[in-house]
Ligand binder design. Structure first.
Ligand code: ZN
Length: 490
Protein backbone atom coordinates (compact mmCIF):
# COMPACT_ATOMS: atom_id res chain seq x y z
CA UNK A 1 0.00 0.00 0.00
CA UNK A 2 1.38 3.38 -1.00
CA UNK A 3 0.93 6.32 1.26
CA UNK A 4 2.95 9.20 2.57
CA UNK A 5 2.76 8.38 6.28
CA UNK A 6 5.89 9.12 8.28
CA UNK A 7 6.32 7.88 11.84
CA UNK A 8 8.90 9.14 14.31
CA UNK A 9 10.82 6.06 15.39
CA UNK A 10 12.37 6.29 18.86
CA UNK A 11 14.86 3.59 17.87
CA UNK A 12 16.32 5.48 14.89
CA UNK A 13 15.54 8.95 16.30
CA UNK A 14 14.07 10.16 13.03
CA UNK A 15 10.84 10.20 11.05
CA UNK A 16 10.66 7.24 8.71
CA UNK A 17 8.22 6.32 5.93
CA UNK A 18 5.80 3.72 7.24
CA UNK A 19 6.39 0.43 5.44
CA UNK A 20 4.74 -2.45 7.28
CA UNK A 21 6.45 -5.86 7.19
CA UNK A 22 3.38 -7.54 5.75
CA UNK A 23 1.05 -4.90 4.24
CA UNK A 24 -1.89 -4.51 4.35
CA UNK A 25 -1.53 -6.23 7.75
CA UNK A 26 -0.07 -4.21 10.59
CA UNK A 27 0.92 -5.58 14.00
CA UNK A 28 0.78 -3.06 16.82
CA UNK A 29 1.53 -3.70 20.50
CA UNK A 30 0.87 -1.10 23.17
CA UNK A 31 1.71 -1.51 26.85
CA UNK A 32 -1.61 -1.45 28.68
CA UNK A 33 -2.57 -0.63 32.23
CA UNK A 34 -1.38 -2.23 35.44
CA UNK A 35 -4.69 -3.02 37.07
CA UNK A 36 -4.19 -2.18 40.72
CA UNK A 37 -5.88 1.20 40.81
CA UNK A 38 -8.28 3.42 38.95
CA UNK A 39 -7.34 4.73 35.52
CA UNK A 40 -5.91 8.21 35.96
CA UNK A 41 -4.99 11.03 33.67
CA UNK A 42 -1.66 9.39 32.91
CA UNK A 43 -3.52 6.45 31.36
CA UNK A 44 -5.60 8.67 29.10
CA UNK A 45 -2.71 9.96 27.01
CA UNK A 46 -1.22 6.67 25.73
CA UNK A 47 -4.73 5.24 25.29
CA UNK A 48 -5.84 8.20 23.16
CA UNK A 49 -2.50 8.48 21.31
CA UNK A 50 -2.53 4.88 20.14
CA UNK A 51 -6.28 5.01 19.53
CA UNK A 52 -5.49 7.81 17.07
CA UNK A 53 -2.78 5.66 15.43
CA UNK A 54 -5.12 2.64 15.31
CA UNK A 55 -7.95 4.72 13.83
CA UNK A 56 -5.77 6.43 11.21
CA UNK A 57 -4.07 3.23 10.02
CA UNK A 58 -7.50 1.62 9.75
CA UNK A 59 -8.77 4.69 7.85
CA UNK A 60 -5.88 4.29 5.40
CA UNK A 61 -7.04 0.72 4.73
CA UNK A 62 -4.57 -1.25 6.85
CA UNK A 63 -5.78 -4.32 8.70
CA UNK A 64 -4.41 -3.64 12.15
CA UNK A 65 -4.02 -6.31 14.79
CA UNK A 66 -3.85 -4.14 17.88
CA UNK A 67 -2.66 -5.90 21.02
CA UNK A 68 -2.86 -4.07 24.35
CA UNK A 69 -2.03 -6.08 27.44
CA UNK A 70 -3.37 -6.06 30.97
CA UNK A 71 -0.61 -6.23 33.58
CA UNK A 72 -2.11 -8.19 36.44
CA UNK A 73 0.99 -9.82 37.88
CA UNK A 74 4.66 -9.38 38.52
CA UNK A 75 4.76 -5.61 38.33
CA UNK A 76 8.01 -4.27 39.68
CA UNK A 77 6.41 -1.40 41.56
CA UNK A 78 6.31 -3.25 44.82
CA UNK A 79 5.90 -1.49 48.09
CA UNK A 80 9.48 -0.79 49.01
CA UNK A 81 9.29 -2.35 52.47
CA UNK A 82 7.14 -5.35 51.59
CA UNK A 83 8.50 -6.48 48.23
CA UNK A 84 4.99 -7.70 47.52
CA UNK A 85 2.93 -7.31 44.38
CA UNK A 86 0.33 -4.59 44.95
CA UNK A 87 -2.55 -6.69 43.61
CA UNK A 88 -1.55 -9.57 45.87
CA UNK A 89 -1.31 -7.24 48.84
CA UNK A 90 -4.77 -5.78 48.35
CA UNK A 91 -6.18 -9.28 47.83
CA UNK A 92 -4.57 -10.49 51.04
CA UNK A 93 -5.75 -7.52 53.10
CA UNK A 94 -9.32 -7.58 51.80
CA UNK A 95 -9.61 -11.35 51.62
CA UNK A 96 -10.22 -11.32 47.88
CA UNK A 97 -9.06 -13.60 45.11
CA UNK A 98 -6.21 -11.67 43.37
CA UNK A 99 -8.05 -12.06 40.06
CA UNK A 100 -11.06 -10.35 41.66
CA UNK A 101 -8.94 -7.28 42.29
CA UNK A 102 -7.48 -7.38 38.77
CA UNK A 103 -10.91 -7.86 37.18
CA UNK A 104 -12.45 -5.06 39.23
CA UNK A 105 -9.85 -2.56 38.03
CA UNK A 106 -9.91 -3.94 34.48
CA UNK A 107 -13.65 -3.28 34.36
CA UNK A 108 -13.15 0.23 35.74
CA UNK A 109 -10.42 0.88 33.16
CA UNK A 110 -12.73 -0.23 30.33
CA UNK A 111 -15.53 2.01 31.61
CA UNK A 112 -13.25 5.07 31.66
CA UNK A 113 -11.80 4.28 28.22
CA UNK A 114 -15.28 3.75 26.75
CA UNK A 115 -16.25 7.22 27.97
CA UNK A 116 -13.18 8.61 26.20
CA UNK A 117 -14.32 6.74 23.05
CA UNK A 118 -11.07 4.75 22.97
CA UNK A 119 -11.62 1.70 20.78
CA UNK A 120 -10.99 -1.69 22.34
CA UNK A 121 -7.90 -3.48 21.02
CA UNK A 122 -8.12 -6.55 18.79
CA UNK A 123 -6.58 -8.71 21.52
CA UNK A 124 -6.27 -7.81 25.21
CA UNK A 125 -4.08 -10.52 26.74
CA UNK A 126 -3.51 -10.82 30.49
CA UNK A 127 -0.04 -11.49 31.86
CA UNK A 128 -1.48 -14.05 34.29
CA UNK A 129 -2.98 -15.97 31.36
CA UNK A 130 0.39 -16.28 29.62
CA UNK A 131 2.66 -17.76 32.28
CA UNK A 132 3.47 -20.79 30.09
CA UNK A 133 4.63 -18.58 27.22
CA UNK A 134 6.74 -16.50 29.59
CA UNK A 135 8.37 -19.56 31.15
CA UNK A 136 9.16 -20.88 27.65
CA UNK A 137 10.80 -17.58 26.69
CA UNK A 138 12.85 -17.43 29.90
CA UNK A 139 14.03 -20.97 29.15
CA UNK A 140 15.04 -19.91 25.63
CA UNK A 141 17.07 -17.00 27.02
CA UNK A 142 18.73 -19.36 29.52
CA UNK A 143 19.47 -21.88 26.74
CA UNK A 144 21.08 -19.12 24.69
CA UNK A 145 23.31 -18.22 27.62
CA UNK A 146 22.01 -14.72 28.37
CA UNK A 147 20.55 -15.45 31.81
CA UNK A 148 21.52 -17.17 35.05
CA UNK A 149 19.67 -18.89 37.89
CA UNK A 150 20.27 -17.78 41.44
CA UNK A 151 18.36 -19.27 44.37
CA UNK A 152 15.27 -20.10 42.24
CA UNK A 153 15.17 -16.74 40.46
CA UNK A 154 16.33 -16.12 36.91
CA UNK A 155 18.17 -12.90 35.98
CA UNK A 156 19.05 -11.41 32.63
CA UNK A 157 22.82 -11.12 32.25
CA UNK A 158 23.25 -7.64 30.81
CA UNK A 159 27.04 -7.69 30.78
CA UNK A 160 27.06 -10.91 28.75
CA UNK A 161 24.35 -9.64 26.41
CA UNK A 162 26.13 -6.33 25.94
CA UNK A 163 29.20 -8.13 24.57
CA UNK A 164 27.16 -9.35 21.58
CA UNK A 165 24.37 -6.79 21.28
CA UNK A 166 24.48 -3.24 22.55
CA UNK A 167 22.17 -2.81 25.53
CA UNK A 168 20.51 0.61 25.64
CA UNK A 169 19.93 1.28 21.93
CA UNK A 170 16.41 2.58 22.49
CA UNK A 171 17.02 4.96 25.36
CA UNK A 172 20.55 5.89 24.28
CA UNK A 173 22.11 4.74 27.54
CA UNK A 174 25.17 2.57 27.59
CA UNK A 175 26.22 -0.21 29.90
CA UNK A 176 29.07 1.68 31.60
CA UNK A 177 26.84 4.66 32.27
CA UNK A 178 24.23 2.34 33.77
CA UNK A 179 26.77 0.76 36.04
CA UNK A 180 27.71 4.19 37.35
CA UNK A 181 24.15 5.29 37.97
CA UNK A 182 22.61 2.10 39.34
CA UNK A 183 22.69 1.91 43.09
CA UNK A 184 22.96 -1.45 44.73
CA UNK A 185 19.59 -1.81 46.42
CA UNK A 186 18.64 -4.09 49.26
CA UNK A 187 17.28 -7.45 48.27
CA UNK A 188 19.23 -7.48 45.03
CA UNK A 189 22.29 -9.35 46.25
CA UNK A 190 21.35 -12.38 44.13
CA UNK A 191 22.19 -10.41 41.03
CA UNK A 192 25.66 -10.73 39.55
CA UNK A 193 25.40 -7.11 38.52
CA UNK A 194 23.08 -4.41 39.90
CA UNK A 195 21.84 -3.55 36.38
CA UNK A 196 20.59 -7.12 35.73
CA UNK A 197 16.82 -7.54 35.83
CA UNK A 198 14.61 -10.45 36.87
CA UNK A 199 13.07 -12.72 34.27
CA UNK A 200 11.57 -14.97 36.95
CA UNK A 201 11.30 -14.31 40.68
CA UNK A 202 11.04 -16.96 43.32
CA UNK A 203 8.01 -16.12 45.48
CA UNK A 204 8.31 -15.43 49.18
CA UNK A 205 6.13 -17.77 51.29
CA UNK A 206 3.43 -15.08 51.82
CA UNK A 207 3.21 -14.27 48.11
CA UNK A 208 -0.14 -15.59 46.85
CA UNK A 209 0.24 -15.00 43.10
CA UNK A 210 2.62 -17.82 42.23
CA UNK A 211 3.08 -20.43 39.57
CA UNK A 212 5.26 -23.53 39.31
CA UNK A 213 8.26 -23.29 37.00
CA UNK A 214 11.46 -25.31 36.40
CA UNK A 215 13.29 -22.90 38.77
CA UNK A 216 10.88 -22.22 41.63
CA UNK A 217 7.31 -21.43 42.56
CA UNK A 218 7.22 -17.79 41.59
CA UNK A 219 6.16 -15.21 39.05
CA UNK A 220 7.58 -13.63 35.90
CA UNK A 221 9.46 -10.33 35.85
CA UNK A 222 7.39 -7.43 34.55
CA UNK A 223 9.25 -6.96 31.24
CA UNK A 224 8.69 -10.59 30.35
CA UNK A 225 4.96 -10.42 29.66
CA UNK A 226 5.21 -7.91 26.81
CA UNK A 227 7.99 -9.81 25.05
CA UNK A 228 6.16 -13.11 25.37
CA UNK A 229 2.68 -11.86 24.42
CA UNK A 230 3.93 -9.59 21.62
CA UNK A 231 5.76 -12.56 20.13
CA UNK A 232 2.78 -14.89 20.58
CA UNK A 233 0.22 -12.66 18.87
CA UNK A 234 2.32 -10.59 16.45
CA UNK A 235 5.35 -12.77 15.74
CA UNK A 236 9.08 -12.46 16.43
CA UNK A 237 9.14 -9.27 14.35
CA UNK A 238 6.26 -6.82 14.15
CA UNK A 239 5.58 -3.26 13.05
CA UNK A 240 4.71 -0.89 15.91
CA UNK A 241 5.31 -0.98 19.65
CA UNK A 242 3.97 1.92 21.65
CA UNK A 243 3.74 3.22 25.16
CA UNK A 244 4.46 6.20 27.35
CA UNK A 245 7.94 7.71 27.39
CA UNK A 246 8.31 6.58 31.01
CA UNK A 247 8.29 2.97 29.75
CA UNK A 248 11.21 3.45 27.36
CA UNK A 249 13.69 2.59 30.09
CA UNK A 250 13.98 0.04 31.54
CA UNK A 251 10.79 -1.66 30.29
CA UNK A 252 11.07 -1.36 26.51
CA UNK A 253 14.85 -1.51 26.56
CA UNK A 254 14.58 -4.82 28.42
CA UNK A 255 11.92 -6.09 26.01
CA UNK A 256 14.35 -5.55 23.12
CA UNK A 257 17.13 -7.36 25.01
CA UNK A 258 14.86 -10.30 25.94
CA UNK A 259 13.59 -10.74 22.37
CA UNK A 260 17.07 -10.42 20.88
CA UNK A 261 18.42 -12.91 23.42
CA UNK A 262 15.60 -15.39 22.76
CA UNK A 263 15.04 -15.02 19.00
CA UNK A 264 18.11 -13.21 17.68
CA UNK A 265 15.94 -10.60 15.97
CA UNK A 266 15.02 -6.98 16.58
CA UNK A 267 11.38 -7.45 17.61
CA UNK A 268 9.98 -4.08 16.56
CA UNK A 269 10.34 -1.94 13.43
CA UNK A 270 8.83 1.30 14.77
CA UNK A 271 9.00 2.24 18.45
CA UNK A 272 6.57 5.03 19.36
CA UNK A 273 6.46 6.91 22.68
CA UNK A 274 3.97 9.49 23.84
CA UNK A 275 5.18 12.26 26.10
CA UNK A 276 3.92 12.76 29.61
CA UNK A 277 1.23 14.89 31.22
CA UNK A 278 2.01 17.48 33.85
CA UNK A 279 -0.51 19.22 36.10
CA UNK A 280 -0.01 22.96 36.52
CA UNK A 281 3.56 22.40 35.42
CA UNK A 282 4.27 19.62 37.93
CA UNK A 283 4.92 15.98 37.19
CA UNK A 284 1.97 13.86 38.20
CA UNK A 285 2.44 11.59 41.16
CA UNK A 286 0.89 10.54 44.40
CA UNK A 287 3.63 12.25 46.41
CA UNK A 288 2.49 15.59 44.99
CA UNK A 289 -1.10 14.79 45.85
CA UNK A 290 -2.12 15.66 42.34
CA UNK A 291 -2.71 12.22 40.89
CA UNK A 292 -6.38 12.23 40.02
CA UNK A 293 -8.42 9.49 38.49
CA UNK A 294 -10.32 9.98 35.24
CA UNK A 295 -13.57 9.53 37.15
CA UNK A 296 -12.47 12.46 39.37
CA UNK A 297 -12.12 14.53 36.23
CA UNK A 298 -15.50 13.49 34.85
CA UNK A 299 -17.15 14.29 38.21
CA UNK A 300 -15.08 17.38 39.11
CA UNK A 301 -14.07 15.59 42.30
CA UNK A 302 -10.66 16.97 43.17
CA UNK A 303 -9.45 20.14 44.92
CA UNK A 304 -7.39 21.06 41.84
CA UNK A 305 -10.45 21.01 39.57
CA UNK A 306 -12.65 24.08 39.27
CA UNK A 307 -15.45 22.01 37.72
CA UNK A 308 -16.28 18.66 36.12
CA UNK A 309 -14.89 18.05 32.64
CA UNK A 310 -16.67 15.84 30.12
CA UNK A 311 -14.69 12.93 28.67
CA UNK A 312 -14.80 14.52 25.22
CA UNK A 313 -13.26 17.72 26.59
CA UNK A 314 -10.34 15.66 27.89
CA UNK A 315 -10.03 13.78 24.60
CA UNK A 316 -10.11 17.01 22.61
CA UNK A 317 -7.57 18.56 24.97
CA UNK A 318 -5.13 15.65 24.60
CA UNK A 319 -5.47 15.74 20.81
CA UNK A 320 -4.67 19.46 20.79
CA UNK A 321 -1.03 18.53 21.46
CA UNK A 322 1.16 16.38 19.24
CA UNK A 323 1.72 13.12 21.10
CA UNK A 324 5.49 13.70 21.45
CA UNK A 325 5.05 17.10 23.14
CA UNK A 326 4.52 17.52 26.85
CA UNK A 327 1.01 18.44 27.84
CA UNK A 328 0.14 20.53 30.85
CA UNK A 329 -3.28 20.24 32.39
CA UNK A 330 -4.76 23.37 33.90
CA UNK A 331 -8.31 24.54 34.42
CA UNK A 332 -7.81 27.42 31.94
CA UNK A 333 -6.53 25.08 29.23
CA UNK A 334 -9.32 22.58 29.83
CA UNK A 335 -11.98 25.27 29.67
CA UNK A 336 -10.52 26.52 26.40
CA UNK A 337 -10.66 22.94 25.06
CA UNK A 338 -14.26 22.64 26.22
CA UNK A 339 -15.21 25.75 24.20
CA UNK A 340 -13.26 24.61 21.14
CA UNK A 341 -14.87 21.17 21.20
CA UNK A 342 -18.36 22.68 21.52
CA UNK A 343 -17.70 25.05 18.62
CA UNK A 344 -16.55 22.15 16.44
CA UNK A 345 -19.57 19.98 17.30
CA UNK A 346 -21.91 22.85 16.53
CA UNK A 347 -20.34 23.37 13.10
CA UNK A 348 -20.49 19.63 12.29
CA UNK A 349 -24.19 19.67 13.12
CA UNK A 350 -24.84 22.91 11.21
CA UNK A 351 -23.01 21.66 8.10
CA UNK A 352 -25.62 18.92 7.71
CA UNK A 353 -28.44 21.42 7.30
CA UNK A 354 -26.67 23.87 4.96
CA UNK A 355 -28.55 24.30 1.66
CA UNK A 356 -26.04 24.34 -1.21
CA UNK A 357 -26.07 26.84 -4.07
CA UNK A 358 -25.56 25.51 -7.61
CA UNK A 359 -22.57 27.16 -9.26
CA UNK A 360 -21.19 28.77 -6.09
CA UNK A 361 -17.47 29.48 -6.21
CA UNK A 362 -15.01 27.14 -4.46
CA UNK A 363 -14.45 27.94 -0.78
CA UNK A 364 -11.36 25.76 -0.25
CA UNK A 365 -12.63 22.53 1.37
CA UNK A 366 -10.39 20.34 -0.80
CA UNK A 367 -7.35 22.26 0.39
CA UNK A 368 -8.35 21.78 4.04
CA UNK A 369 -8.86 18.06 3.44
CA UNK A 370 -5.37 17.82 1.89
CA UNK A 371 -3.85 19.73 4.80
CA UNK A 372 -5.51 17.37 7.29
CA UNK A 373 -4.05 14.32 5.54
CA UNK A 374 -0.63 16.00 5.36
CA UNK A 375 -0.75 16.66 9.10
CA UNK A 376 -1.74 13.09 9.97
CA UNK A 377 0.93 11.75 7.63
CA UNK A 378 3.48 13.86 9.47
CA UNK A 379 3.69 11.61 12.54
CA UNK A 380 0.01 11.96 13.52
CA UNK A 381 0.10 15.71 14.02
CA UNK A 382 -3.38 16.10 15.48
CA UNK A 383 -3.05 19.78 16.57
CA UNK A 384 -2.46 20.78 12.94
CA UNK A 385 -5.49 18.68 11.93
CA UNK A 386 -7.58 20.52 14.52
CA UNK A 387 -6.30 23.93 13.36
CA UNK A 388 -7.34 23.05 9.80
CA UNK A 389 -10.72 21.76 10.93
CA UNK A 390 -11.32 25.13 12.60
CA UNK A 391 -10.78 26.66 9.16
CA UNK A 392 -13.71 24.49 8.01
CA UNK A 393 -15.69 25.58 11.09
CA UNK A 394 -15.11 29.20 10.04
CA UNK A 395 -16.45 28.40 6.54
CA UNK A 396 -19.60 26.82 8.03
CA UNK A 397 -20.21 29.84 10.25
CA UNK A 398 -19.68 32.30 7.37
CA UNK A 399 -22.22 30.38 5.25
CA UNK A 400 -24.64 30.29 8.20
CA UNK A 401 -24.32 34.08 8.51
CA UNK A 402 -25.30 34.35 4.85
CA UNK A 403 -21.92 35.83 3.87
CA UNK A 404 -20.83 32.92 1.69
CA UNK A 405 -22.32 30.19 -0.48
CA UNK A 406 -21.21 26.64 -1.14
CA UNK A 407 -21.85 24.39 -4.16
CA UNK A 408 -23.32 20.89 -3.72
CA UNK A 409 -20.12 18.94 -4.47
CA UNK A 410 -18.09 20.99 -2.02
CA UNK A 411 -20.78 20.74 0.66
CA UNK A 412 -20.64 16.96 0.30
CA UNK A 413 -16.87 17.10 0.68
CA UNK A 414 -17.22 19.34 3.75
CA UNK A 415 -19.48 16.81 5.45
CA UNK A 416 -17.06 14.04 4.47
CA UNK A 417 -14.20 16.04 5.97
CA UNK A 418 -16.01 16.28 9.31
CA UNK A 419 -17.05 12.63 9.29
CA UNK A 420 -13.56 11.36 8.47
CA UNK A 421 -11.40 13.63 10.58
CA UNK A 422 -13.57 14.76 13.50
CA UNK A 423 -15.42 11.50 14.14
CA UNK A 424 -13.56 8.57 12.53
CA UNK A 425 -9.94 9.64 13.00
CA UNK A 426 -9.86 12.02 15.98
CA UNK A 427 -12.54 9.78 17.49
CA UNK A 428 -14.65 12.62 18.90
CA UNK A 429 -18.32 12.03 19.52
CA UNK A 430 -21.09 14.54 19.88
CA UNK A 431 -21.88 14.03 23.57
CA UNK A 432 -25.22 15.82 23.28
CA UNK A 433 -26.23 13.65 20.35
CA UNK A 434 -25.11 10.51 22.17
CA UNK A 435 -27.24 11.53 25.16
CA UNK A 436 -30.18 12.13 22.85
CA UNK A 437 -29.79 9.02 20.73
CA UNK A 438 -31.31 6.63 23.27
CA UNK A 439 -34.36 8.91 23.56
CA UNK A 440 -34.57 8.97 19.78
CA UNK A 441 -34.47 5.16 19.48
CA UNK A 442 -37.14 4.84 22.16
CA UNK A 443 -39.33 7.38 20.33
CA UNK A 444 -38.91 5.68 16.95
CA UNK A 445 -39.67 2.25 18.42
CA UNK A 446 -42.85 3.59 20.02
CA UNK A 447 -43.93 4.95 16.63
CA UNK A 448 -43.30 1.57 14.96
CA UNK A 449 -45.23 -0.24 17.73
CA UNK A 450 -48.17 2.17 17.29
CA UNK A 451 -48.27 1.59 13.52
CA UNK A 452 -48.25 -2.18 14.10
CA UNK A 453 -51.04 -1.87 16.68
CA UNK A 454 -53.17 0.05 14.21
CA UNK A 455 -52.48 -2.50 11.45
CA UNK A 456 -53.49 -5.37 13.72
CA UNK A 457 -56.66 -3.56 14.74
CA UNK A 458 -57.53 -3.39 11.03
CA UNK A 459 -56.56 -7.07 10.65
CA UNK A 460 -53.81 -5.94 8.26
CA UNK A 461 -51.59 -8.98 9.01
CA UNK A 462 -49.33 -8.31 6.04
CA UNK A 463 -48.12 -4.97 7.51
CA UNK A 464 -47.91 -6.43 10.99
CA UNK A 465 -45.73 -9.33 9.74
CA UNK A 466 -43.59 -6.97 7.66
CA UNK A 467 -42.83 -4.87 10.75
CA UNK A 468 -41.92 -7.98 12.75
CA UNK A 469 -39.65 -9.33 9.98
CA UNK A 470 -37.91 -6.01 9.40
CA UNK A 471 -37.25 -5.53 13.13
CA UNK A 472 -35.88 -9.09 13.30
CA UNK A 473 -33.12 -7.98 10.93
CA UNK A 474 -31.88 -5.72 13.74
CA UNK A 475 -32.36 -8.52 16.32
CA UNK A 476 -35.30 -6.64 17.81
CA UNK A 477 -38.18 -8.70 19.17
CA UNK A 478 -41.62 -7.39 20.15
CA UNK A 479 -43.53 -8.85 23.05
CA UNK A 480 -47.27 -8.33 23.44
CA UNK A 481 -48.45 -8.23 27.04
CA UNK A 482 -51.30 -6.94 29.16
CA UNK A 483 -49.69 -3.49 29.46
CA UNK A 484 -49.15 -3.23 25.73
CA UNK A 485 -46.24 -4.12 23.48
CA UNK A 486 -42.60 -3.90 24.59
CA UNK A 487 -39.42 -4.36 22.59
CA UNK A 488 -36.00 -5.75 23.32
CA UNK A 489 -32.76 -6.72 21.58
CA UNK A 490 -32.18 -10.43 21.18
ZN1 ZN B 1 4.95 -3.51 28.18
Amino acid sequence: MENALYIYNTLTRCKQPFKPLNAPHVGMYVCGPTVYGDAHLGHARPAITFDLVFRYLTHLGYKVRYVRNITDVGHLEHDADEGEDKIAKKARLENLEPMEVAQYYTNRYHQSMDKLNVLRPSIEPHASGHIIEQIAMVQKILDNGFAYIENGSVYFDIEKYNKEHPYGILSGRNFEELLNTTRDLNGQEEKHNPVDFALWKKAEPKHIMRWPSPWSDGFPGWHMECSAMGCKYLGEEFDIHGGGMDLMFPHHESEIAQSMAANGKQPVKYWMHNNMITINGQKMGKSLGNAMSLEDFFAGNHPLLEKAYAPMTIRFFILQAQYRSTLDFSNEALQAAEKGYARMMEACKAAKSIVPTEGAAEVGVQKIMGACYDAMNDDFNSPIVIANLFEAVRIVNTIKDGKMQINPAELELLNKLFQSFVFDILGLIDSDAADNSSDLVEGLMQTIIDIRKEARAKKDWATSDLIRDELAKYDIVLKDGKEGTTWSKK
